[in-house]
Write a new protein. Structure first.
Length: 125
């Protein structure tokens, strides 16, 4: 079971670390998916990128693992409107198949479960 927890942490780390970096290297793409009713889209992209990076690092520190996991769950819930916006407006994202837009929403649920499961109990070596 311990190996699966480590695998869960590795998946969560990779997801958020790579995603966090991408918020800065591909910020234009992330700004495009911010729903129009959210003000200061670029600032939101940068702040969420920083939070993703902090959460990714935080899950590797045993003392902060559960808090970082809670933060990543909250962040994942907070960015859900962007994924719903994309799903409801596929014509704006014609380079992404509608199937992928639906799968993204399902992946978010699986990701939240993975974050919760892998960050609840201490993982020891």
């Amino acid at each position: 079971m311990k190996q699966f927890k480590w695998l869960g942490l590795a998946i969560v780390f990779a997801w958020f670390f790579i995603g966090g970096v991408a918020h800065f290297t591909s910020s234009d793409m992330f700004v495009r998916i911010v729903p129009p009713y959210v003000p200061y889209a670029l600032a939101v992209v940068y702040v969420s990128g920083v939070l993703e990076l902090l959460g990714a690092i935080g899950i590797w520190i045993p003392r902060t693992r559960t808090w970082a996991g809670n933060g990543l769950i909250a962040l994942t819930i907070c960015v859900t409107p962007a994924n719903i916006y994309m799903w409801m407006n596929p014509h704006l994202f014609s380079n992404i198949s509608e199937t992928i837009l639906v799968v993204r929403l399902i992946v978010q649920i699986v990701l939240i479960a993975c974050i919760w499961w892998s960050t609840r109990e201490p993982v020891t070596a």
